[in-house]
Design a protein around this ligand. Structure first.
Ligand code: ATP
Length: 381
């Protein structure tokens, strides 16, 4: 068991016309012993390159990678005690499942046939695929191939698992089932794991912590709930959460945020948090927008018209336009049984204890929602 540390890790590629592409930019993060860290971000943000450097499939431009106390940045891939699971599964088509799972051990260890047999049988039991051991990959479903790919990593009993979008070829139902299975598996094996995905639902549900990357730079590393409720910046706030957080550009005039279509007075405490910022982005999550009947009666309430309602069963996404200028609607989520019709006039409230404020110039969070207030309104189990 070991901690994996990325220390100012940087990767610069040179493209065909000689210019530099900084794929990974000074990333520092520790993945604790036994921790499940999900690396998440949009396409091209440097996730795979980071993982490939840890696996040894890509050289490091600068910075270091340590496993425990030892630097592994210059070690050959086969000398690193790391097993990687690829999106494509990368199974050998002419080999049976058993052969696919045992091949790496036969090639790179001096374990006896009996020991290898036992490891493969144990992993197959763990993954619930003992009846598939004598089949070839072409005779397996996508989900079964995925399990074999995991099995091949598990039999090596490595210090670290690296997983690069391992569920992305599966259909939605199997994906969500495998998500739960993978989490259970990682808890049972207690192996330090770095998992790459662009899917924020996977990141939120699977990770002990998530590391959010954008443009090769680490934006935030924290628990899923920290990143959700206390985003470090506007990028994280917008990337984590579905539907996304609503954003409004404003300027601070006295103690009031002035936007194109509304004004929002701040209490003195919140106003102190944004003092000195030229422009302030007001953020509010869809589930925090209260949809009320009647007329606006406070500074945090606005007259709106329902543009579109998207029923999702458990909840409705309600797109609302300001009555004064209904272009560019924002979204509120309400309970699935709540009757709301397109064209209806409703009041939207942005409660101050749920708002987020970001510096327009830097994107940095100046004020995040209060977690105490949120906890108080939720019943304890
Ligand atoms: P995706 O989710 O689409 O797989 P990613 O976050 O994994 O994306 P990377 O594959 O790590 O992103 O790529 C990061 C950046 O580095 C991109 O701009 C990409 O074009 C560039 N890049 C990756 N590999 C190379 C390479 N071999 N040569 C040049 N540029 C590369």
């Amino acid at each position: 068991m070991a901690q994996l540390s990325l220390d100012h890790l940087t990767k610069v590629f040179t493209d065909d016309d000689g210019s530099d592409i900084v794929a990974v930019d000074d990333v520092t993060v520790d993945i604790e012993d036994g921790e499940f860290l999900v690396l998440v971000g949009p396409s091209g943000c440097g996730k795979s390159t980071t993982l490939r450097m840890v696996a040894g499939l890509e050289t490091v431009t600068s910075g270091d990678i340590r496993l425990g106390d030892e630097s592994i940045a210059d070690q050959k891939p086969q000398d690193r005690d790391i097993a990687m699971v690829f999106q494509s599964y990368a199974l050998y088509p002419h080999m049976t499942v058993r052969e696919n799972m045992s091949f790496g051990l036969e090639e790179s260890t001096d374990m006896s046939d009996g020991e290898i047999h036992e490891r493969v049988e144990d992993a197959a039991d763990l993954l619930d695929i003992p009846e598939l051991l004598d089949r070839k990959p072409g005779e397996l479903s996508g989900g079964q191939q995925q399990r074999v790919a995991l099995g091949r990593a598990i039999v090596r009993e490595p210090e670290v698992f690296l997983m690069d979008e391992p569920l992305s070829n599966l259909d939605a139902k199997l994906r969500s089932q495998m998500r739960t299975e993978l989490q259970r598996l990682q808890e049972d094996l207690d192996t330090t794991t770095m998992y790459v995905t662009h899917d924020q639902t996977e990141a939120m549900t699977m990770g002990d912590r998530i590391a959010v990357l954008d443009g090769g730079e680490l934006q935030q590393a924290g628990t899923p709930l920290e990143c959700y409720h206390r985003p470090a910046n506007r990028f994280v706030a917008g990337f984590i959460g579905e539907p996304s957080m609503n954003f409004f550009e404003t300027t601070l005039e006295g103690d009031t945020l002035v936007a194109d279509r509304f004004e929002y007075p701040l209490s003195s405490d919140v106003c102190d948090d944004v003092a000195g910022a030229d422009g302030v982005t007001l953020g509010v999550r869809p589930e925090d927008v209260e949809v009320l009947a009647g007329e606006p009666s406070a500074g945090d309430e606005f007259a709106t018209v329902v543009d579109v309602v998207e029923p999702m069963g458990n909840e409705n996404a309600v797109y609302l336009g300001f009555e004064t200028d209904p272009t560019d609607p924002f979204v509120a989520t309400v309970g699935g049984m709540r009757q709301v019709e397109a064209g209806e006039r409703v009041v939207a409230r942005f409660p101050e204890d749920a708002i987020h404020l970001f510096d327009v110039a830097t994107g940095e969070a100046l004020h995040n929602r209060s977690l105490e207030e949120a906890a108080e309104t939720e019943p304890r189990i």
